[in-house]
Design a protein around this ligand. Structure first.
Ligand SMILES: C[S@@+](CC[C@H](N)C(=O)[O-])C[C@H]1O[C@@H](n2cnc3c(N)ncnc32)[C@H](O)[C@@H]1O
Length: 409
């Protein structure tokens, strides 16, 4: 029961207040045992993955449509997702949500759930995307990408590991790039071979590309928006002298823990990039800018429901301001990599076009096909756009946009 109440709070936060699940998790699950906390998270995330289809089922069983934000609809969504996706027995699925609603709506929830179960209600093989998201992504990337995104939501994503060196002790899996291992979904990470030794860390293969594109260490790199540090670890392992900057002390604490576990070293700086400047230009800068995060919808399905065009415009404006500052921190001849885990062109291709139009001292250093894992090809202009549908047979990857540039001079 407490887990279902927490799941309801999480869903309410996403759908009514536009909050990310991660941002509310501590508060919404306060006082819960870790297992209940995990269950609340799993129920909320799976509900968000299947929300349009759950709502279609609910609407098919009611004469008068239940309002989108009614508790009765929320309770039904939670009961249905448990019964149809999470393997909860029907009686437990309904018994645990009924206390969430009172009076007449409780009867309604009971009746609708019972009718759907008696009618052998089922979800489709692949979830539908919210209409606005499907239209936006089809417009930007085509219908095939939307279908691939639907397929990607239906499967739990695999776990990718980045290895500090080719010869570290790592669990067995498939290798799609140098110093990479892919494991099936669901592995318990701290229990895996070599976790304590710190020779590897979890990082989606798409997220590993920006640091790979800077190559082996060649001086001082500013890793901007660095926490929790996946790219910092890669850069340090590749031999760069790394200064990792982030405004979040809590996330930098995670970065410090990651450095400690892996035995890698980097300077950490807590600072707001819109205020801070380095003492001297660096040989390279990696800006992994804050973004809408729509590229990581498989693990964070809340983005499907809370990221609206206004949010994309807001994050794009922040990225433009950061990019303009970061560009002044690269020495002439040095490299700048810009990356976002977003599927929105406003944060990727269009951001880059605006930057290049304003900065005649920068040019793209085209990424070559042999710098990328098989199955990912650079765009014609030499940037990288990873999309649902790529590496599909191997379990897919996150959506990223990456541009590598050189400061002329
Ligand atoms: C995409 S995440 C970075 C992921 C990280 N590069 C990695 O590989 O693990 C974006 C980061 O930007 C940081 N951030 C957001 N606004 C910032 C600002 N104004 N100045 C510095 N860091 C900021 C956030 O705290 C967050 O850690």
């Amino acid at each position: 029961m407490p887990a279902r109440r927490a799941a309801l709070r999480l869903l309410d936060g996403v759908l009514r207040r536009g909050l990310a699940i991660e941002a509310q998790l501590d508060r919404a699950t306060q006082g819960l045992a870790p297992s209940d906390r995990g269950l609340a998270h799993a129920i909320a995330a799976e509900t968000l993955r299947w929300l349009p289809d759950l709502d279609l089922l609910i609407d098919s069983a009611t004469r008068n449509r239940i309002a989108d934000d009614a508790k009765a609809r929320m309770a039904l969504r939670i009961a249905l997702v448990q019964a149809l996706r999470l393997g909860t027995p029907q009686h437990a699925a309904i018994a645990t949500v009924l206390p969430l609603v009172e009076g007449g709506p409780r009867k309604l929830v009971h009746g609708v759930f019972g009718a759907l179960m008696r009618g052998q209600a089922a979800l489709p093989d692949m979830p539908g995307l919210p209409d606005l998201v499907a239209a936006r992504w089809a417009h930007q990337h085509g219908d095939a990408m939307v279908e691939a995104a639907r397929a990607a939501i239906a499967q739990p994503p695999p776990i990718d590991l980045s290895l500090a060196r080719a010869d570290v002790e790592a669990p067995e899996g498939i290798t799609l790039a140098e110093r990479h291992v892919r494991l099936p979904a669901g592995a318990s990470v701290p229990a895996l071979d070599g976790f304590a030794e710190g020779g590897w860390w979890v990082q989606d293969i798409a997220a590993s590309l920006p640091a790979r594109l800077l190559g082996p260490g060649a001086g001082h790199v500013l890793d901007l928006c660095a926490a929790p540090g996946g790219k910092t670890l890669q850069l340090a392992a590749a031999g760069w002298d790394v200064s990792a900057v982030d405004s979040s002390p809590a996330r930098l604490a995670m970065l410090a823990q990651n450095l400690e576990r892996t035995g890698l070293t980097a300077r950490t700086i807590t600072a707001d990039l819109l205020q801070w400047s380095p003492d001297a230009p660096a040989d390279a800068v990696l800006l992994d800018a804050p973004c809408s995060a729509t590229g990581i919808f498989r693990r964070h399905p809340d983005v499907l429901h809370r990221v609206r065009p206004a949010i994309v415009a807001e994050t794009a404006a922040t990225q433009a301001a950061m990019l303009a500052r970061a560009a002044d921190w690269v020495r002439p001849g040095g490299r700048l990599v810009y990356a976002v885990c977003s599927l929105e062109r406003a944060e990727g291709e269009e951001q880059l076009a605006r930057f290049l139009a304003a900065r005649s001292d920068y040019a793209i250093v085209p990424v070559e096909a042999d710098e990328l894992p098989d199955g990912i090809t650079p765009a014609p202009d030499g940037t990288v756009r990873t999309l649902p549908g790529m590496l599909e047979d191997a379990g897919g990857l996150d959506g990223f946009f990456i541009a590598r540039m050189r400061r002329l001079g």
